[in-house]
Design a protein around this ligand. Structure first.
Ligand code: GDP
Ligand code: IMO
Ligand code: MG
Length: 423
């Protein structure tokens, strides 16, 4: 049996979905443990493109149990739309289970996300405006509404009415927004509840039983290490814990039950939204990477900020997540450049450091120390083995292993699930 976790090591969009889809093939169960529909996981399977936001990327494989864990925040309307979209493409969602402990994203969460971002002005975080932060805030503030409440008409109505007494005041008086009508929300959401009810269970029991039975379980990370509420570039982060530790609290699994942790990265770095980015190339190089790698958001369509790979970040991610292997994507993309830079350390106040600073003020003082590599200007999108890769690509990958202390297990040479080399 194996329990494997797939996490992002940068600022998201590393290509986690592609690996989840690939690894789901020999898994019995795929479990999302954090985030919500701020995630956008692209999968290209047999030439068909799928963009998943909430449903685990294992859904494309028949017969796998796909779980939305308790650590996820669920927008029921988005979930139903995504389920219907898959059904229309002939993909069954019968095996989808939703934790009754997961929290529900409410219309006022989405409105507050918008209003708070507007209010932050030039300090805005660049959120996806999907209500993620306000929903997690309510969870920790203990006024959240859980999926078990959603499917209980009486409890749900009571909670919506009580919450709106406060939320409407905040929306109107603090932000000058328009207040919500409780009865309208209750009626809208009761229709969602009816449709979703048959998928709702205490998923912790199911995950526990699967571990006991020695099944293969895959935990699907969303977002990434540097968007983590604790370990990311706070406050330019999301509101959950996407690191591997999030599996314990977001799916109800003890730490010793985790066997493997795969850290996904790109052969360069991208970021969508605001916040620091030491190796950013806000210039022609960044533009070239964006176009070569088609770096536009899966969720919001925003152009992604692009820059060189930062090994300081990946080393930090290796430690925080306990990575057992690396999965590196877009090796095809970066090789198209004549010259490639890899950040191996930072220079700060005249000293060379290898640690990612917590303080954004200190981080702003960091200048990347680069090593130079030559590109491998040949098409590698059909290469199937490590030995088949150009020498320059191998040199680049070897250096990443040395700097991070973690072995590369998977190499992405294209979008399709077939375009992956297993080392
Ligand atoms: P996720 O959020 O981590 O699942 O990643 P996204 O799906 O948001 O973004 C990754 C993008 O890179 C998608 O458009 C993928 O189709 C694409 N992609 C993933 N791996 C590779 C690769 O190895 N090469 C190329 N060219 N594209 C890739
Ligand atoms: P996947 O799973 C990239 C970013 C947003 C913003 C910050 C906070 O596809 O890798 P939020 O809406 O979560 O409050 O926004 O986090 N962000 C992501 N960036 N990929 C993601 O998910 C992201 N999820 C959130 O752009 O900067
Ligand atoms: Mg994404």
């Amino acid at each position: 049996m194996a329990t494997r976790v797939v996490v992002g090591t940068q600022w998201g969009d590393e290509g986690k979905g592609k690996y989840i889809d690939m690894l789901a093939g020999d898994s019995d169960m795929v479990v999302r443990f954090s985030g919500g529909n701020n995630a956008g996981h692209t999968i290209v399977a047999d030439g068909v493109k799928y963009a998943l936001h909430l449903i685990p990327s294992g859904i494309l494989h028949k017969g796998k149990t796909c779980i939305i864990g308790n650590g996820v925040v669920v927008d029921p309307a988005v979930l139903l739309k995504e389920m219907k979209g898959l059904n229309e493409k002939g993909v069954s969602t019968d095996n989808l289970l939703i934790s009754d402990r997961a929290h529900v994203i409410m219309p006022y969460h989405k409105e507050l996300d918008e209003l708070q971002e507007k209010f932050r002005g030039s300090n805005s975080i660049g959120t996806t405006k999907r209500g993620i932060g306000p929903a997690y805030s309510d969870k920790t503030e203990r006024s959240g509404i859980r999926v078990c409440d959603l499917i209980d008409e009486e409890v749900f109505a009571q909670k919506v009415r009580a919450n709106l007494e406060v939320k409407n005041l905040i929306i109107e008086k603090v932000y000058g927004g328009e207040k919500f009508d409780a009865e309208q929300i209750i009626s809208e959401y009761s229709a969602y509840a009816k449709e979703l009810k048959k998928h709702v269970v205490d998923t912790n029991d199911i995950v526990f039983d699967a571990i006991e039975a020695g099944k293969n379980i895959l935990f699907e990370g969303a977002q990434a290490t540097f968007l983590d509420l604790d370990f990311g570039t706070y406050p330019y982060v999301t509101s959950s814990n996407p690191v591997a530790g999030g599996v314990c609290t977001g799916a109800g699994v003890g730490p010793v039950s985790i066997n493997e942790v795969y850290g996904v990265l790109k052969a360069y770095t991208s970021r969508v939204g605001a916040g620091p980015f030491p190796t950013e190339q806000d210039n022609e190089i960044g533009d070239t990477i964006r176009e070569l790698g088609w770096e536009y958001g899966t969720t919001t369509g925003r152009p992604r900020r692009c820059g060189w790979l930062d090994a300081v970040m990946i080393r930090y991610a290796a430690r925080v997540n306990g990575l057992t292997a690396l999965a590196i994507n877009h090796v095809d993309t970066i090789g198209k450049l004549d010259k490639i830079k890899l950040c191996v350390a930072y220079k700060k106040d005249g000293a060379v450091i290898k640690h990612f600073p917590s303080s954004l003020k200190e981080l702003a003082k960091c200048e990347p120390v680069y090593e130079d590599f030559d590109g491998w200007n040949v098409d590698i999108s059909n290469v199937k083995t490590y030995d088949g890769l150009p020498e320059n690509a191998k040199k680049y990958l070897k250096r990443i292993e040395e700097l991070t202390g973690v072995k590369v297990k998977f190499i992405g040479v294209g979008k399709d699930r077939e375009q992956t080399i297993t080392v």
